[in-house]
Every structure is written in C-alpha cells, then in structure tokens.
Design a protein around this ligand. Structure first.
Ligand SMILES: NC(=O)c1ccc[n+]([C@@H]2O[C@H](COP(=O)([O-])OP(=O)(O)OC[C@H]3O[C@@H](n4cnc5c(N)ncnc54)[C@H](OP(=O)(O)O)[C@@H]3O)[C@@H](O)[C@H]2O)c1
Length: 337
C-alpha cells in the first residue's frame, strides 16, 4: 500500500494562516471498499475560503475539526477502483483534502473530460476559480457587451478569468492589481484596457476615477473593504456590483464596514453576493464555454505552481500577502507519470 502523507489542522488561525496551523503525519493508504476508489493527488487548489473553513463553528461551511485532514479540492489519478465507471489511470476532480493518497466514495468524484482540456487546464482555466468568474459575471453581474467593467485582484485565480471574459464579450475592462509585475501581466497578457496598481496609489478612488473616466457599469469585487468603497464612488446609473470575495477583510480582526453605500443607492445600483457551489448543476455549461475560448486562443491563464504537499500551508498565506500571480496550486504528483 502507498504511504498517505497528510496535513492536519493543528490550530485555528489568528491573522494570516501558515505552517504553524498544520501538523504533518503519514498513514498507510486505505484499500478501497466496494463503491470506493483509491487516488493519488496530482494538484490541490489553494483558495482564500480555506481560512474560513479553519475557524471554529459554522460559516457557509462547517468548520474543520482540530486534528482532521485539511479540507481542499483538487485533481487526482485513480490508482485502484472498486467502483463502476472508474478505472486505474482515470483522472478525477474531488474534495481530496490535503493528503497524497485519499480513498473516497465514487459518488464524491467527477471524472475529468480530457477532451475539454488537460489536467492542468482542469485545475486552472476549467477549474472552480474560472467557473466562479463565469457565473459571477453573467448570472450575478448580468454582463452586457460594452459594459465598463472593473475587476479587483485581477491578476489572481478568479480575477484573471473574470477580466478576460468581460474583454472577450466586448466590454471595456480595467483591472486592479498589486505591484508593477502583476500590472504588466494584467495589461499585456490579459489585455486589459487599463490597469491600476493599488500599492502605488495614495488615493485609490481617485485612481479609479482616472482609469474609468466614464464610470463603472459592473464591478467584480474579489477584495472588499476599502477597495469596494473606492469602486462604489464611481458607479454609473444601473450599475451591478458582484460580491465575489472579501480577501482584504478575511484575516482582519474586525470587518471593515463599507461607507459608500449611498453611492450605490444614488446610482440605483445592485450589489449581490454568491457562492459558486450553488451553480454545481451548471458547471458543465461554464466549462464548455471556457474550453472553447482556450482552444481559439482568446483566453489564457497563468498558474502559480508550488511543488509538494508541504508547500500548501505556505501557499495559503501567500494569497493573503498578495504573493501569488495567477491561480495558486500545489503540484503533489506529476500528472504525466
Ligand atoms: N463566491 C465564490 O464562490 C468564490 C469562489 C472562489 C473564490 N472566491 C473569492 O474570490 C477572491 C479571489 O480568490 P482567488 O482564489 O482567485 O485568489 P487570488 O485572487 O488568486 O489571490 C488573492 C489576491 O487578493 C489580493 N489581496 C490579498 N489581500 C489583499 C488586500 N488586503 N487588499 C487588496 N488586495 C488583496 C492579492 O492580489 P494583489 O497583489 O493583486 O492585490 C492576492 O494575490 C477571494 O476573495 C475569494 O474568497 C469566491
């Protein structure tokens, strides 16, 4: 039996999570029972929401008990199957946990359709971050061609896809990102019409005003807090604000407290949050659309890859320090072996 290396939640985070919150152990991988599959994890997605799962009690998902394997989604290869429809060598997507060799019930697995893209595509531009961008913009944001769109954390996993979908649909897109290298990526690779380096601004609202001279029809917000406030000041009539995430507030002791809601009312705008998991029944629709844009070259995505399971806790902290460019993932095993 292979050895299953695992990372267990050891303590609840205060501030930015990191290696101090986890404990490593090893156990023998469990042989599959009827209806189960033994897997080898290939990629793990590292997501800001993980910090909220590490808290006690319930948020939008039950908190992870101390001592349990850290929750996390990713891509794995089937090593041994006792479930119909799965065979050794298949690739699946599932909530694998931070472990190298999980054994899971087949009903929790989705077999990858590799005609849509490679295993890397399935953790990247066909993965849940990309699907989040798709439904957030379309279903929540009511994206229309020629909208003036602003996207925060535009060089990140969700943001880079949101920005490109809006551009592909004929919108004028502005991205906000932290630092010159990320801004160059947003301008040159993602082909935004304008970019704002939030780290170089004494007054972010004024910078948004200069970059979005006609105002904003749709703000796709990955950041919350002061960035949301700054964007609200520039809404056009009938604007839509998509509350995708609030990473700037996630590790803070106190919520920020948005001040510019009057601007939303004055613009007779609409602000709405969402959870991608609620779109589960429609993931395929998003993936077919995204795969077609990957094939025709209009969509690109950068993966920020960390090597080995032990990097996962460090990676989680990187998201909150803005140290990732692109979708952050951990490669646990080689997909091609
Ligand atoms: N609604 C849903 O179902 C759903 C699903 C997935 C993700 N999300 C949310 O989407 C957002 C993006 O997630 P992701 O996985 O794609 O992460 P990401 O954008 O790849 O990484 C997070 C980025 O946020 C920015 N950031 C971090 N702290 C910040 C701060 N204090 N102020 C301003 N910017 C800050 C950094 O970019 P810069 O260096 O460019 O500032 C950082 O690189 C998160 O809020 C996440 O919770 C929501």
């Amino acid at each position: 039996m292979p050895i299953n290396r695992r990372l267990l939640l050891a303590s609840r985070p205060e501030g930015i999570p990191g290696a101090q919150n986890f404990r490593a152990d090893t156990v023998e991988a469990r042989a599959p029972q009827a209806g189960e599959v033994m897997l080898e994890t290939v990629y793990l997605s590292i997501d800001p929401a993980m910090r909220s799962w590490m808290r006690e009690g319930t948020g939008y998902q039950q908190g992870i008990p101390l001592g349990a394997v850290m929750r996390g989604g990713g891509i794995a290869r089937v090593l041994e199957s006792r479930a119909e429809g799965f065979a050794a060598g298949d690739f699946v997507q599932a909530r694998l946990g931070w472990q190298t060799h999980p054994t899971l019930a087949a009903r929790y697995l989705q077999k990858l359709d590799l005609s849509l893209g490679t295993t890397e595509d399935w953790i990247g531009p066909l993965g849940l971050s990309a699907v989040t961008a798709y439904f957030g913009l379309r279903d929540i944001g009511g994206l229309r061609p020629a909208d003036r769109v602003l996207v925060s954390a535009a060089a990140g996993g969700v943001g880079q896809i949101a920005l490109q979908i809006a551009r592909i649909e004929g919108c004028r897109v502005t991205g906000i990102a932290g630092g010159p290298a990320k801004c160059a990526f947003v301008a040159n690779d993602l082909r935004a019409h304008a970019v704002i380096d939030h780290k170089a601004q004494a007054d972010l609202s004024a910078a948004i005003g200069r970059a979005c001279v006609e105002g904003i029809d749709l703000y796709f917000d990955n950041v919350g807090g002061a960035t949301l406030d700054a964007a609200l000041a520039h809404l056009r009539a009938g604007a839509r604000v998509v509350l995708c995430g609030r990473i700037s507030e996630a590790a803070a002791a106190e919520p920020y407290g948005v001040r510019n809601l009057g601007k939303l009312a004055a613009a007779h705008g609409r602000m709405q949050g969402f959870l991608v998991f609620n779109y589960h029944a429609r993931y395929e629709e998003a993936r077919i659309w995204l795969a077609a844009r990957l094939r025709d070259g209009s969509l690109t995505q950068r993966l920020h890859i960390l090597e080995d399971l032990k990097q996962a806790p460090i990676g989680l902290g990187m998201l909150f320090r803005g140290e990732n460019t692109g979708k952050l993932v951990v490669r646990v095993a080689d997909a091609s072996v």
